[in-house]
Design a protein around this ligand. Structure first.
Ligand code: SAM
Ligand code: SF4
Length: 338
């Protein structure tokens, strides 16, 4: 395979938009398929579309990783659907981890295979883990995800610490009925664990009916409560992206708040997305995506691919229009990886 020269540390990235935002982080979806039925994401479970989809193959994924790395991407997150459902998941992780220039390889997972496989993930080169846990009550967890697997997932998190991950990020979608009233459970859980508990505001999608209006809760109310209880807002690290991070002297864990409906959310955007079928998405919300697949068929196409990425980026909007009620509706976030 042809070697692509890599930019040196400190050099500006090749992916800069019209608003001088630099893109060093790629969220790469490797499948739309999921085995859970989260009420805010795939309430009826994954249903294959009429026309069979072909997800990116390992060589195509390798070309995506190499080209983005050459343009300055330092961090790649594997997401989905449930990425660990892919039979070649470990090969994908290993291939990306070996890519020159990639310093962080993160995984977002529902954690159902974590207790069994986390050591293999680490061996394959996954450096950072995000696990979705929307409730610490087994019955509620079952209601939210359609799966009675909370115990296994929590043991998977403990196992990750045992085998040497220094920190795990846990995602919970903020919902009035669940997460908000369970805040104390989460706080107790992270008091003596190095977990960054990330509360994500519920985002409206096309598969939701009244759910969004019934359940949406602004992260601001949680932020105010935490600050009153002595949590301190931290200055942002570049790799935190748009999350607000809070720490408390009595807690080993941290809180992250992700509030996409907040004004200025997009100012610190540092990420691009590639879907499991090979489309570049400049934003989680709103556009159709730019097809990359025809330029992923051969190593010799990398310069054309770079050119397409750079020129597509010039079309990235300054911000989304969620706050104006334009949900930029996607059917669900499993089709693009959240
Ligand atoms: N299956 C994996 C998981 O659940 O972690 C990865 C894919 S999932 C689409 C990625 C993240 O998106 C999860 O943390 C999930 O909670 C979040 N998510 C899905 N739908 C959402 C919505 N409507 N609003 C906010 N977050 C959502
Ligand atoms: Fe599956 Fe993740 Fe969506 Fe839940 S949030 S249905 S685990 S893709």
């Amino acid at each position: 395979m042809q070697t692509i020269p890599i930019r040196n540390v400190g050099e500006p990235t090749g992916l800069i938009d019209r608003f001088q935002r630099q893109y060093v982080y790629l969220r790469l979806s490797i499948t739309d398929v999921c085995n859970f039925r989260c009420n805010y994401c795939l309430p009826n479970g994954y249903r294959p579309p009429e026309h069979k989809q072909r997800f990116l193959t390992l060589p195509e994924i390798q070309r995506v990783a190499r080209t983005f790395a050459h343009l300055g991407t330092e961090k790649i997150r594997l997401t989905g659907g449930e990425p660990t459902l892919r039979k070649d998941f470990l090969d994908i992780a290993h291939t990306i981890a070996q890519t020159q220039g990639i310093r962080q390889l993160a995984l977002t997972t529902n954690g159902y295979r974590m207790a069994r496989d986390v050591a293999l993930w680490k061996e394959a080169g996954i450096t950072h883990l995000n696990v979705s846990v929307d409730s610490l009550d087994p019955r509620e967890f079952h209601l939210i995800t359609g799966e009675n697997k909370l115990g296994e997932i929590l043991s998977g998190i403990d196992k990750a610490f045992e085998i040497g991950y220094p920190k795990v990020k846990v995602n919970a979608v903020l919902m009035k009925q669940y997460t908000a009233k369970n805040l104390d459970d989460f706080l107790r859980w992270i008091q003596h664990r190095p977990i960054q508990m990330r509360f994500i505001e519920l985002m409206e999608t096309g598969e939701m009916d009244h759910f969004f209006h019934q359940q949406h809760l602004s992260g601001q109310s949680i932020l105010e409560r935490l600050v009153q209880e002595g949590w301190q807002l931290q200055t942002r690290d570049l790799t935190d992206g748009p999350a607000k991070i809070l720490k408390h002297p009595d807690y080993q864990g941290e809180i992250g708040l992700i509030m996409p409906y907040e004004k200025n959310f997009c100012a610190s955007c540092n990420r691009l997305r590639v879907s499991a079928t090979g489309k570049l998405h400049l934003c989680l919300f709103g556009e159709e995506g730019v097809d990359l697949r025809d330029l992923l068929q051969d190593d010799s196409q990398h310069l054309q691919l770079e050119q397409r990425l750079k020129s597509a980026l010039q079309g990235k909007r300054e911000h989304h229009y969620l706050h104006l009620g334009d949900s930029g509706v996607r059917n669900n976030l499993a089709s693009i990886g959240g």
